[in-house]
Design a protein around this ligand. Structure first.
Ligand code: BG6
Length: 489
């Protein structure tokens, strides 16, 4: 099989994303033989660096990610630095010349990736300058990879999209949602559609509810400025959480093509029941962390993490009841919750099946042990099925047992593998695990309804202790429906 070739231009190369995710991913692609020697990376940034500064920087990033490596010189020699001014046409022209030189030197067939790993206010300008200065031209393909945030609400996302679409076609745009690169997120589809056992039961006749939790123990860290402007809903729900909902709820695609899978996901997003203004409080809970302790270490409240956060009204936690109004899911709540400074770092999906109609085997007749299918996205990637079986010895009592499958060593928390897969997909021209504009727009439309209401109403923050699983209202959200969040040990 031919290995993909390209010149990869990273805008914002001096930033965090490049250091933590992109360099290690490119390194692994090379190490694993998914790309050959036919690649070059042009790092674009405002700082007055040169090739050597960038190469040292790349080397350090790789050492940090994987420990010491021998002979990184050959790898880092593929990296070139290009200082630039976002607005200045002449710097794009010199960039174009460099791309052409490297294309000839590394025989990349004129293929180009423009990766925007920079502040979103420049996305439109950069995309335009790329086009205006002819950087997309030539014999090979040109693709634009774009990181979130993709807008701040539907309106601004539309404006941004129009600007980008003026320079690139939809099928040249690869919008990253890094959750779609996670092994176990990709596995949702396979677990569902490759198992008759599940697929026949995957509907409102047999499923009681689905719970998706993505908790983090870290706080806002160094991202106060971005995060306070965003909050948990924009940061996690608009993208990662709703993407998981759509994969869990979609109909089987008729073929495994990008178009077919996307169109099924989009149908789910179209079927989301809009949250009316007067129903926000009933269906959604927002929270902000106060002080507390994580792993016996005292941590400060969100409002004390940075000066500008004092008196902040931004949510660091959100939980909600998402309803999907279609034949398969009518009446089945999808509960989602996500937040910072929670008990631990973990992303899990629990599918709660309807319980048996009458309970013959429990010692305590009020016991309830419905079957659960747990999909562990991270850490401990795997799948666990919770069943009931006879307790050993005399009597016919049931006890819960677990059948567990562990997907060892593929995807760890914060490892670069998700990016590695997505970058390779992009080089291969496979947009399946990227978000189409329609998905972005529908997700914004859904969360905008909550955000509008919240923006105009001061919250009583902080309302959950660091190290907990969020405010008590998030528990009550399920209790009202006769359910509870399944703690998964
Ligand atoms: C990012 C958010 O998209 O996802 C971060 O901006 C969050 O705030 C991160 O921490 C979580 O990703 P992961 O892969 O660590 O679960």
């Amino acid at each position: 099989k031919q290995k993909p070739k390209a010149v990869i231009v990273i805008f914002g190369v001096t930033g965090d994303l490049a250091k933590r995710k992109l360099f290690p991913s490119i390194y692994r692609l090379r190490q694993n033989g998914n790309i050959g020697e036919e690649f070059a990376v042009i790092g674009v940034g405002r700082r007055p660096w040169d090739n050597d500064t960038l190469r040292d920087h790349v080397e350090k990033s790789i050492e940090n990610s994987f420990g010491m490596r021998e002979n990184l010189k050959n790898f880092t020699s593929h990296f070139y630095y290009h200082p630039f001014d976002v607005q200045e046409a002449s710097t794009y022209q010199t960039l174009g010349t460099l791309i052409n030189e490297l294309d000839a030197e590394y025989q990349t067939d004129g293929n180009k990736i423009f990766y925007l790993a920079m502040a979103p206010e420049y996305f439109g300008t950069v995309a335009n300058q790329i086009k205006e200065n002819g950087l997309k031209e030539g014999t090979g393909w040109s693709r634009l990879v774009i990181e979130k945030p993709f807008g701040h609400d539907l309106e601004s996302a539309k404006k941004l999209n129009n600007k980008i679409r003026a320079a690139f076609e939809e099928n040249q745009i690869y919008r990253i949602d890094h959750y779609l690169g996670k092994e176990m997120v990709q596995n949702i589809e396979v677990i569902r559609f490759a198992n008759g056992l599940f697929e026949h039961l995957w509907n409102n006749r047999f499923i009681e509810n689905i719970q998706i939790t993505s908790s983090e123990s870290l706080g806002v860290e160094e991202r106060a400025r971005y995060y306070d402007h965003s909050g948990a809903t924009r940061d996690m729900v608009q993208n990662h959480m709703l993407q998981m909902v759509s994969l869990l709820a979609m109909e089987p695609p008729i073929k495994l093509t990008t178009e077919e899978i996307r169109s099924e996901k989009i149908k789910v997003l179209r079927a989301l029941r809009p949250v009316e203004k007067d129903q926000v409080d009933e269906n959604f809970v927002r929270g902000q962390y106060g002080e507390g302790s994580i792993l016996d270490e005292k941590v400060p409240a969100y409002q004390h993490e940075a000066e500008e956060l004092a008196a902040s009204n931004t949510e660091t936690f959100v939980a909600g009841r998402v309803m999907i109004d279609n034949y398969r899911w009518a009446g089945v709540p999808f509960y989602i919750r996500t937040g910072k400074r929670m008990t631990d770092k973990s992303t899990k999906i629990v599918v709660e099946f309807k319980d048996i109609p009458m309970n013959l085997y429990y010692e305590n007749k009020t016991d309830k042990h419905p079957n659960l299918l747990v999909i562990n996205i991270q850490p401990d990637e795997g799948v666990t099925l919770h069943l009931n079986a006879k307790r050993g010895g005399t009597g016919a009592f049931a006890e819960p047992i677990k059948l567990a499958y562990k997907n060892t060593g593929i995807d760890g928390v914060n490892t670069p593998e998700a990016y590695e897969k997505l970058l390779l997909d992009c080089m291969l021209g496979d947009g399946t695990n990227f978000t189409h504009w329609d998905e972005v727009a529908l997700s914004w439309q859904y969360v905008d309804a909550l955000l509008d209401v919240w923006e105009n109403k001061t919250a009583h923050f902080p309302n959950y202790e660091s190290g907990s699983m969020g405010p008590k209202e998030a528990e009550e959200l399920l209790e009202k429906d006769g359910f509870h969040w399944w703690p998964i040990l």
